[in-house]
Design a protein around this ligand. Structure first.
Ligand code: IPM
Ligand code: MG
Length: 365
């Protein structure tokens, strides 16, 4: 029996998670999936009840379970909160405390959606790349940080980009391992032309390469990487990069696929005593306050995040493949949530109807 902690969070998080729970129930009822589910509050939802975005109890639970599935955090109601009380701090604390250093963000363009990308169809059709983003260090966590006032009463905002060799090495190893399982091509991105942390990053990635000679390694400055991603994204297979560049490049890669509403992610740490990696799964999209409560949210990114949990935490490749195939079929049949309707004559679906279609497809198999 595996254990999964579900943290729906804020905005459209609870809406899409309601749909994921229907999908999980289907696998429990029809495919004998054995998962014990617990649910909790995170982000603004936790702040509203407990006055903090993540309670110690919830953090302890997240450390105990086999995997966490998170919806989204944040929203305009919380914009003016003190920095340490903001919903996003919960996400960062979970990543840090669970030591989830390797964030895997696949950007895959479903055939049926190739014409939705803002890029030309032939540039994105068949696209299948993965960004491995370092998630527990770099400028997101480096010290010193803060807003200080200097002698002449001028305020100074400070953040620090900081990486140790071992932090770079472990995420590089994750990326090389992933590249081995795919087309054996890895591109590492940093700014070694202006940042010492980038020089070290490049050095350490080269050192790790010695153990992965069969992988073809290239290096790119991150700004050029951003340009290449929109010029010719299919030149890449696996990309490894730091926390901040990974945040930006993964949003960019997401849009190549047509919609941010399609992309899942997995954040993985070291293996625990039971052999499973510490893991948290979440859609790449945020809490989308502009469409919250209107049944417009696309549940697919969150459903695919569950599919990644099946794959990486529960080693259930069969059910993961099945779920992904069914989603592809539903899209091929033209069912679309509003984010996928651009200039298309597909059939408009609400959040719930999209899940209905996926469940129908699962039933039909
Ligand atoms: C992401 C998000 C987060 C990040 C925010 C919500 C803190 O943009 O997961 O990409 O910056 O890491
Ligand atoms: Mg982001």
């Amino acid at each position: 029996m595996f254990s999964l902690l579900i943290l729906p969070g804020d905005g459209i998080g609870p809406e899409v998670m309601t749909e994921v729970k229907r999908v999980i129930s289907w696998f429990q009822d029809k495919r004998g999936l054995k998962i014990n589910i617990e649910e909790g509050l995170v982000g603004g939802a936790s702040y509203d009840k407990h006055g903090i975005p993540l309670t110690e109890e919830m953090l302890r639970k997240a450390l105990e379970v086999d995997a966490v599935l998170l919806g989204a955090v944040g929203g305009p109601d919380y914009d003016n909160l003190r920095f340490d009380l903001k919903p996003e701090r919960a996400l960062l604390k979970l990543r840090k405390e669970l030591d989830l250093f390797a964030n895997i963000r696949p950007a895959q363009c479903f055939d049926a959606l190739a014409s939705f990308s803002s890029l030309k169809k032939d540039i994105v059709s068949g696209l299948d790349i993965v960004i491995v983003r370092e998630l527990t260090s770099g400028i997101y966590f480096g010290e010193p940080r803060g807003i200080h006032t200097d002698g002449s009463n001028e305020r100074i905002g400070i953040n620090t980009q900081r990486y140790t060799e071992s932090e770079i090495r472990r995420v590089a190893i994750s990326a090389f391992e992933l590249a081995l399982k795919r087309s054996k091509k890895l591109c590492s991105m940093e700014k070694a032309n202006v940042m010492e942390s980038g020089v070290l990053w490049r050095d350490v990635v080269n050192e790790v390469h010695a153990d992965y000679k069969e992988v073809e390694l290239s290096h790119m400055y991150a700004d050029n990487g951003a340009m290449q991603l929109v010029r010719d994204p299919k030149q890449f297979d696996v990309i490894v990069t730091d926390n901040l560049f990974g945040d930006i490049l993964s949003d960019c890669a997401a849009m190549l696929t047509g919609s941010l509403g399609m992309l899942p992610s997995a954040s993985l740490g070291n293996k625990k005593v039971n052999g499973l990696p510490r893991a948290m799964y979440e859609p790449v999209h945020g809490s989308a306050p502009d469409i919250t409560g209107q049944s417009k949210a696309n549940p697919i990114a969150c459903i695919l995040s569950f599919s990644m949990a099946l794959r990486y935490s529960f080693s259930d490749l069969k059910n993961a493949d099945l779920l992904e195939r069914c989603i592809e079929k539903v899209l091929a049949k033209g069912y679309r949530t509003p984010d996928l309707m651009m200039g298309d004559n597909g059939q408009l679906c609400s959040t719930t109807e999209m899940t209905d279609k996926i469940l129908e497809e699962l039933e039909a198999i």
